[in-house]
Design a protein around this ligand. Structure first.
Ligand code: ACO
Length: 333
């Protein structure tokens, strides 16, 4: 038994905010942002929510798969920026699309969230407990960003992406002889370095608590530490996943990396000794959308007809936690 992605979808807020717009808010320039990050513009929610974007992306994925909402078994939403702590975003999506037979829950692994959700769904489907899953990565990070801090506010964008995965027979051969489905995965966490990229929730406030002091409710990031972590760990975990599957970098057609920064992606390509043309990017248009980056990119490539049956993709996420991982997927839709 393996899984097949049979539908993808994505949703972005209407409002475009360019680097020129950012330069009106904080002391920065269009060139600084573009040259250091690869980002030219991002979408920022003005009325959209994580739940509304996730619902729109999820519906689009189900439509593409030709699946009725009532047939969905499992909904996992990966997010670190939900509007509500309770109920979870996945339950809001379940209600909005009418997936009354699904079990729904959220998962927070920051920028690795979609990848971890995909692997979690894979594990559930492998056991035979569920036959399909709607996996969504959605964020409105603009709520968590300090709009006076030029070192972070220029980096992020809002959006959601989704994939509908279905259990399928492991012996389905594509024309190129590859078997469709997941060929391997690696997931890792390093909580000891967690505070290099953090965002506080509210502190203790019950009548018995000791004063917890002021908390910074915005994203804090040690950019250089994150850069070093990503450029070391991402190629290492991709190589580990490939090794485990008995494959090499040359066997991969496309690497879909978390879209944090063009320099990180270029460095990973170099360390893997792979051609940068195999690393599609959309961050110049949408910025870093944390858990939404990989599924939005996947949906854009899918709708543009760039994913061929039998293509071998490596999906790799990395982010707060710290969390990181890679999955190898032969496209079978
Ligand atoms: N405009 C102009 N100057 C800026 C800006 C800005 N937006 N932001 C920071 N600077 C200044 C700094 O204040 C500093 O000035 P100083 O030398 O006078 O002190 C100078 O630019 C250099 O700052 P650095 O932080 O050293 O800049 P760096 O070259 O490292 O680039 C960046 C910063 C882009 C964040 C880089 O560290 C990076 O790519 N880090 C990876 C982290 C990342 O991509 N995070 C995304 C979110 S996390 C995730 O998704 C996993």
């Amino acid at each position: 038994m393996t899984i097949k992605i049979t539908g993808t979808g994505s949703a972005l807020p209407e409002k475009r905010v360019t680097n020129f717009d950012m330069a009106e808010l904080v002391e920065t320039s269009e060139e600084w942002i573009r040259e250091r990050t690869g980002i030219s513009e991002r979408r920022i929610a003005t009325k959209e929510t994580v739940a509304s974007l996730a619902t729109q992306a999820g519906k689009a994925a189900l439509d593409m798969a030709g699946c009725e909402a009532s047939e969905v078994d499992l909904i996992i939403t990966a997010t670190c920026s939900p509007e509500l702590l309770l109920p979870c975003c996945a339950c809001q999506v379940q209600s909005a699309i009418g997936a009354e037979n699904a079990v729904a829950f959220d998962l927070n692994a920051a920028c690795s969230g979609f990848l971890f959700a995909l692997n979690t769904a894979y594990a559930y489907l492998q056991t035979g407990l569920y036959k399909n899953a709607l996996i969504i990565g959605g964020e409105v990070l603009s709520k968590l960003v300090d709009w006076t801090d030029r070192s972070t506010c220029v980096l992020f964008g809002d959006g959601a992406g989704a994939a509908f995965v279905e259990a399928s027979e492991a012996d389905e051969l594509c024309e190129n002889g590859r078997k469709a489905g997941i060929e391997g995965m690696v997931m890792s966490s390093d909580g000891s370095k967690g505070m290099v990229l953090s965002c506080a929730e509210r502190g203790l406030s019950n009548p018995y608590s000791e004063a917890s002091g002021e908390v910074n409710p915005y994203i804090y990031m040690d950019g250089q530490a994150v850069y070093k972590f990503a450029t070391r760990q991402v190629p290492a975990c991709i190589n580990e996943a490939l090794d485990k599957a008995g494959l090499t970098v040359e066997d991969v057609d496309m690497f879909l990396l978390h879209q944090a920064n063009v320099r990180i992606i270029e460095s990973v390509a170099k360390r893997l000794k792979s051609d940068i043309s195999k690393f599609p990017m959309n961050l110049s248009r949408v910025g870093n959308m944390s858990s939404a980056t990989i599924p939005v990119l996947l949906d854009e490539l899918n709708r543009d007809g760039k994913l061929e049956k039998g293509s071998r993709l490596v999906l790799s996420g990395f982010g707060a936690g710290l969390t990181y991982g890679a999955s190898i997927l032969v496209w079978g839709a």
